[in-house]
Design a protein around this ligand. Structure first.
Ligand code: ASP
Length: 338
């Protein structure tokens, strides 16, 4: 079993290519397609899983599903059944997927299912609906051959939950896991200063020039049972427009939902903004609404346009994203507003 800290440590050691680039110029030159970009440094192996498909001229949709599945298989604080539970001690998962035809599917608050992203894809492909929630989503998953897992917390989640229960304070903290922060919604860091990650969102452009995206998360740790964040909401946690580009988000979901964040980013790209500047404009929208609250929360947007240009922007320091193309395997530190 590999935990998040060990993973970060290992990935930091692997190669200079994998080093986090500190600054990132706007208007990044176009990468040759195919390309996949994903949230956080933990996106590096996620991208590798997607790359197996993209590099064999596979479809972006298959690539993003494979990447999300990789993360769901990994014991981690914030994605999949190993994730941290809600305040009732139950892990509930959110996921969505969207293809180049604006077909999309999502599940929210699903329990005891290992691969919510694949259930989301089944919702997209087998039903006339977009989102299934809770017990209905689980029932649909089981009917479609997904095994019902035990529901037992991972060892790290048990410990984190036991710690949280000591005070049982309801603070919906982003990146609460092992971190230290400056406010109730602030970005948190490991002791070694590396940013803690949360939701896995990834978007890809395939060799045929088609875009797709997927998001998977256990949502905010110790949330109210039933709470749904931005991650499974099309237009909030993920949006794909095959004429323009695609975007995904990580951070305090309520703030992203409020501005229809990723749809907004894609619309800014449609107006001609670079991916980075489109993300920046969406971040500005969040900060403008409540500049005081914004100082205590984190949201990061990540975007990829039809040319393969990519960029990100966050409210605060700490957001990262990883890319994989034929010429590059890199994690970038996102610029930030505050
Ligand atoms: N966006 C996710 C949510 O609000 C949380 C996260 O990114 O950590 O559920």
């Amino acid at each position: 079993m590999i935990n998040r800290r060990k993973f970060l440590h290992l990935s930091a050691l692997t190669a200079p290519l994998l080093a986090v680039k500190k600054s990132f110029a706007s208007g990044m030159e176009a990468s040759t397609k195919p390309i996949v970009v994903s949230t956080w440094k933990s996106g590096l192996p996620v991208n590798e899983a997607a790359w197996k498909i993209l590099s064999a001229n596979g479809r972006a949709l298959d690539a993003v599903e494979a990447g999300a599945r990789y993360m769901e298989d990994t014991i981690d604080c914030c994605v999949g059944l190993g994730g941290y539970p809600d305040r009732d001690g139950i892990v509930t998962l959110d996921s969505c997927i969207m293809d180049e035809h604006a077909n999309c599917g999502a599940v929210a608050g699903i329990e005891r299912i290992k691969h919510p992203v694949s259930v989301a894809r089944k919702v997209m492909e087998l039903t006339p609906h977009v989102i299934l929630v809770g017990a209905g989503a689980q029932e649909f998953a089981v009917q479609n051959g997904f095994p019902l897992e035990s529901g037992e917390l991972s060892e790290s989640a048990k410990k984190a939950y036991a710690d949280w229960l000591k005070k049982s304070e309801y603070k919906p903290v982003i990146n609460i896991e092992n971190g230290k922060g400056n406010g109730p919604f602030a970005p948190q860091f490991f002791d070694d200063g590396s940013p803690n990650h949360d939701t896995m969102g990834l978007v890809a452009l395939d060799a045929s020039g088609n875009l797709s995206g997927a998001v998977t998360t256990s949502g905010m740790a110790f949330k109210v049972h039933g709470r749904v964040g931005d991650s499974p909401i099309i237009g909030a946690g993920l949006y794909v427009d095959n004429e323009v580009g695609a975007a995904t988000s990580s951070g305090l979901g309520e703030e992203v939902i409020r501005i229809c964040g990723t749809h907004l980013v894609v619309e800014f790209m449609r107006q001609g903004y670079s991916p980075e500047n489109a993300c920046k404009k969406a971040v500005e929208r969040i900060v403008k609404r409540d500049p005081v609250k914004a100082k205590t929360l984190q949201v990061g947007f990540l975007a990829l346009n039809k040319k393969g240009q990519h960029g990100a922007y966050a409210v605060q320091k700490g957001f990262e994203y990883s890319i994989k193309s034929g010429s590059e395997t890199t994690t970038y530190a996102s610029k930030f507003l505050i």
